[in-house]
Design a protein around this ligand. Structure first.
Ligand code: UDP
Length: 466
């Protein structure tokens, strides 16, 4: 018979580079260590980070979650000559992938880990390593369940010499034009990682996804039933994970957007952000500026001038064109500083989110009930845009180009679309319905709450085994 134990399960979290991966891991750390789930949590941090947003986030995250242990792993310098010109975040994934088998085992032993939860981008090294160490290994997929089904199915698609749209069993068609751009090149570093990670998934002990059953019922059911990949491990839907309330770190430049937002009428502001790791091309940036100006609406716009924030020295006035900031003064707030997006989206003045459809941004919009105008630009974002549009929480301007495609979306079209989506009461009502479903999922007894509790129960079972 199993002996009982009062010890909390010790879970080590292994995130990857970029805010889109780090933020949900911080949220997972908060949820697992909360009084509801009472786990002993350690969070690995790979140093140096890829961006200063990550360093600042880590500093304030650990200050906000004193019970979560920090395990620093200093990455050896990576010889990037094999993949010159690769996206710096993908190069960071690769550095972490190469370092993990060597550097992680002693840290896991020192932490007396009962389970490892690894980021999807490290799955192909973390899963076999954990097996060798006889440690249960869970993989956390930080985008939508629909994207996860595509990710898991992609090796099968390629093995069958797929070269058109992908028909993901039980989920539906993913048009080739929605594939992350890098996947059109078999030799690309990202494609190699994507394939290796996808192939490793069936050997994981379980898989986590930051979504909830009611948002993507088909994808969740198809993953859980083994329809996408036969013999797939258990899938735990744990979202939308709640942002951690944290004080800005000393490194973060405080922006004055809060005072400005407080002074705006309810639901009058279009919040515009394309995430933490991509910059629009200068011509497109200019058209967007013109579109926001011509829309006539108030707007809060977070502008990025470079892929990695440390390289972003561009001046806002130069980026947006002469006279723009003066013309929109009072009506438009433009910043290059980090904003607390979770708080912005909860602010009553915000009526629409023009978003690149990074999955964290979409989960935050969904949890806040703010309708999305989806303008995916890169990677998994078209698949994510499809999810939010299908759920009725957003409108997707599907014809708008993304990175690598010809065609600049013109200011007049942006203005007209913003006006029509801001006036769409049906969308607003539906977004509120989806928000309520999200709140039910994470509340005690909800699908995501129960799913996380089941994950914790499984981790605890390892301690209780005879
Ligand atoms: N974010 C933020 N403030 C900013 C820019 C981004 O809080 O000024 C957060 C955003 O709320 C989200 C994360 O950074 O949690 C970005 O992740 P997402 O998956 O949306 O997109 P990515 O940046 O990975 O493309």
């Amino acid at each position: 018979m199993a002996s009982s134990s009062v010890r909390a399960p010790r879970i080590v979290l292994l995130p990857s580079a970029g805010m889109g991966h780090l933020a949900p891991f911080g949220r997972l750390a908060a949820a697992l260590s909360s009084s509801a789930h009472a786990c002993d949590v350690s969070l690995v941090t790979f140093l140096p980070t890829a961006s200063s947003a990550e360093s600042a986030h880590l500093e304030s995250l650990f200050a906000a979650l004193p019970a979560v242990r920090r395990i620093d792993v200093r990455l050896p310098p990576l010889d990037t000559s094999d993949f010159a010109g690769a996206d710096p975040f993908y190069a960071h994934y690769e550095a972490a992938r190469r370092a993990t088998p060597l550097l992680l085992p002693p840290l896991l032993a020192a932490a007396h880990a009962d389970a490892l939860v690894a980021d999807i981008s490290l799955a192909s090294v973390a899963v076999p390593l954990a097996r060798e160490l006889h440690l249960p290994c869970y993989v956390f997929f930080t985008a939508s369940a629909t994207m996860f089904s595509f990710y898991a199915y992609f090796p099968t698609y390629l093995d069958a010499a797929g070269n058109g749209d992908a028909d993901v069993p039980g989920v539906g068609r993913v048009p080739r034009s929605w594939f992350p751009q890098a996947l059109h090149d078999r030799g690309n570093l990202f494609t190699q990682q994507f394939l290796a990670n996808g192939r490793s998934l069936p050997r994981a002990d379980g898989l986590l996804v930051n979504s909830f059953d009611a948002l993507e019922p088909e994808a969740v059911a198809a993953l859980q039933s083994g329809t996408v990949v036969p013999g797939f491990p258990p899938v735990f839907t744990v979202g939308p994970l709640t942002p951690v309330t944290r004080e800005p770190s000393a490194e973060e430049v405080p922006a004055n957007y809060t005072t400005w937002l407080d002074a705006q009428p309810e639901r009058s502001v279009v919040y515009v952000s394309f995430g933490s790791r991509k910059a629009l091309a200068p011509e497109q940036l200019g058209e967007l500026a013109g579109g926001l100006e011509a829309s006539g609406f108030r707007f809060l716009w977070v502008v990025k001038g470079a892929v990695v924030d440390r390289d972003d020295g561009a001046d806002l006035g130069e980026l947006l064109g002469e006279g723009f900031l003066e013309r929109v003064q009072g009506r438009g707030m433009v910043t290059k500083a980090w904003v607390e997006q979770g708080d912005v989206l909860k602010h009553p003045a915000v009526g629409l989110f023009l978003s690149h459809c990074g999955w964290n941004s979409l989960t935050e919009a969904v949890a806040s009930g703010v309708p999305v105008l989806a303008w995916p630009r890169f990677a998994d974002q078209r698949v994510n845009a499809g999810v939010v549009a299908r759920a009725g929480a957003g409108a997707w301007a599907e014809a708008w180009s993304w990175e690598g495609e010809e065609g600049v979306v013109k200011a007049e079209e942006i203005a007209e679309t913003v006006r029509s989506v801001m006036a769409d009461e049906t969308l607003r009502t539906k977004a509120a319905t989806v928000r309520d479903a999200a709140a039910r999922a994470v509340a005690g007894g909800g699908t995501s709450y129960r799913s996380l509790a089941e994950l914790v129960r499984r981790c605890a079972t390892v301690i209780y085994s005879p």
